[in-house]
Ligand binder design. Sequence first.
Ligand SMILES: Nc1nc2c(ncn2[C@@H]2O[C@H](COP(=O)(O)OP(=O)(O)OP(=O)(O)O)[C@@H](O)[C@H]2O)c(=O)[nH]1
Ligand SMILES: [Mg+2]
Length: 491
Amino acid sequence: MAWLYAARRITVKEHPMYREDTIAAISTAMSEAGIGIIRVSGPEAAEVGSAVFVRPADLREGRRTQIREWEPGSIRFGYITDRDGQVIDEVMLSWMKAPHSYTTLDTVEINTHGGLFVMERVLELVLKAGARLAEPGEFTKQAFLGGRIDLSRAEAVMDLIGAGSEYARRTSMAQLRGALSERIRKVREEILYETAYIESALDDPESYDLEGYPDRLGAILQRETADLEDLLAHAEDGRILQDGIRTVILGRPNAGKSSLLNLLAGEERAIVTEIPGTTRDVLRERIRLGELALLVSDTAGIRSTEDMIEEMGVRRAREAAGDADLLLWILDAAQPLSPEDRQIGALIRDRVKEGIRCIVLLNKQDLETRLREEDLTALEEIRDLSLPLLSFSARTGEGMQELEETIRRLFHADQSHGSNEVHLTAMRHREAVREALEALRLVQHSIEAGLSEDFYTIDLMTAYTALGKILGEAVEDDLVEEIFSRFCMGK
Ligand SMILES: Nc1nc2c(ncn2[C@@H]2O[C@H](COP(=O)(O)OP(=O)(O)OP(=O)(O)O)[C@@H](O)[C@H]2O)c(=O)[nH]1
Ligand SMILES: [Mg+2]
């Protein structure tokens, strides 16, 4: 049966993409630093290491150092020498024996002094000794082909390196440790079990009874589709939180938009004056708010104006609002509502109806206020949207805590804790889940239509294969190449 082959784990040597090469690269940053690491991985790693590295005692006695004889997991001091015996650097060298290494293959790591020239000289010697220069992501690819991690976990390595917030770090780490894989694997195992049951019953009707089975299968599928739908429902939030929430500050001139940006950034990024129309262009800043990352745009205050430059700024503000995940509408609470506020209210309404989230900040609470919450909730343009309203002061920082909490709540950032810490951040994963869902729904239709059991198995296997793509089973080699090529060098 074909599905049995798909379910079997193939080992690295059987994999069509496996190459017997020993590869090497500088794994630390290509800049000056205290240390630099040159990683060598593959069947000849120990021999390549021994060709360039010598321990002090061996050097004195004119012997080569035999790394392969060391205890696995050991790290030793010594010199990197070139062919003429000239010492290039003093290093620490660690030896990890297959399969207990990052790549699952024999691995040597050379900790050199972190000068660019030094690292490159050492790498050059390593390559002369028989290693091939690694491609970007190739060490992680070895780990994948070696069966140590599946594809979703390999992708998480890249996300973890790129993580720009505590939130992103936590979800990538959960995925790296296999949270997503586990959840997907559980669903797949159930599907496989049911398929096997149906096939056995069809082969051997005397030992297996299919009486009442469709109902039982229907109940299982109901639970599974609900589980996958739940994953999809939170996928978009997951992506937004991972990349950083694109946040646009809107409001009429002088409301305090630039002051808010400065408060969030913790420094004076934008010019703040008491003159309305100070900000003309869109200003973007990457900001960390607690565990979240925000990509904040400060915009020109929205009003009708004769000033051509300001008018262009207003147009850009409107455009930015269309391209946001979150709008922060800031109002000057020391002033009563104005026609411009209603204009902005209309703009907000249109965006919110498109699914963009919005928080309203009643700013300047440190002054005597002339604008109350009721005035806003009564505002025709936004009355039925039930937007969160917060009292705020960009001067004193009042309301910052609530702002952070409200953002977390709107993007379900807290649900990534505990059992729900799985987020489908990659488009590739979402498509696979969608495909699987579609197939499982077809099975449900077949059950409802009273079709015979052999109709179920094809769609069940489609769902099984679709979910396997997340783990990297049954994916095209091209896709694997594509995914790893997005990695950085040396990982
Ligand atoms: N008292 C008080 N003043 C504030 C507060 N927030 C902003 N201001 C003042 O309001 C004025 C306008 O602030 P900005 O941040 O420049 O306002 P803006 O919305 O960026 O204005 P434009 O760029 O002109 O659209 C400045 O004088 C700020 O110091 C606040 O919370 N309390
Ligand atoms: Mg401004």
